[in-house]
Write a protein that binds this ligand. Structure first.
Ligand code: MN
Length: 138
């Protein structure tokens, strides 16, 4: 167990979560807290695009199926942005990971995907995988 930090480190990881399901929100929230990450939660793709604009996040966890705007559409819009946000790692969250989905997600601009239900091991490894190098280069 690590000691709890009383003040956020300047290099602390910020995660944007776009997920419309309250139960899934709570699960992801508790996993991110357990891993020591800062996070914001939005409820649809449109809010995700607004929050992502400006690139204040190290990684985005993006549900595929959301009201108002889907995760795929939001990701396409973020990738077309004119600022740092366009290069953020975006991880798709999907309940139906099937053969062919990986190609579909990658072609929509996602960096990776996680199948629900999400567990701490897979979340931790996908975050480490996508945040490590981008941190070092930045
Ligand atoms: Mn959903």
């Amino acid at each position: 167990m690590q000691e709890i930090e009383t003040e956020p480190k300047s290099g602390q990881t910020r995660v944007l979560v776009a997920e419309d399901n309250p139960m899934n929100q709570r699960v992801i929230q508790s996993l991110l807290a357990a891993l020591g990450h800062e996070y914001d939660i939005v409820e649809n793709g449109k809010e995700a695009v607004q929050a992502a604009s400006g690139g204040a996040y190290d990684v985005v966890l993006m549900d595929i199926s959301m009201p108002v705007m889907s995760g795929e559409m939001a990701t396409r819009i973020i990738r077309a942005m004119d600022d740092d946000a366009k290069d953020m790692p975006i991880v798709a969250l999907t309940a139906h990971a099937m053969k062919g989905d990986r190609e579909r997600f990658l072609s929509a601009g996602f960096s990776d995907y996680l199948a629900k239900p999400i567990d701490v091991t897979s979340l931790s490894s996908v975050l480490t995988k996508h945040m490590g190098p981008s941190k070092a280069v930045a």
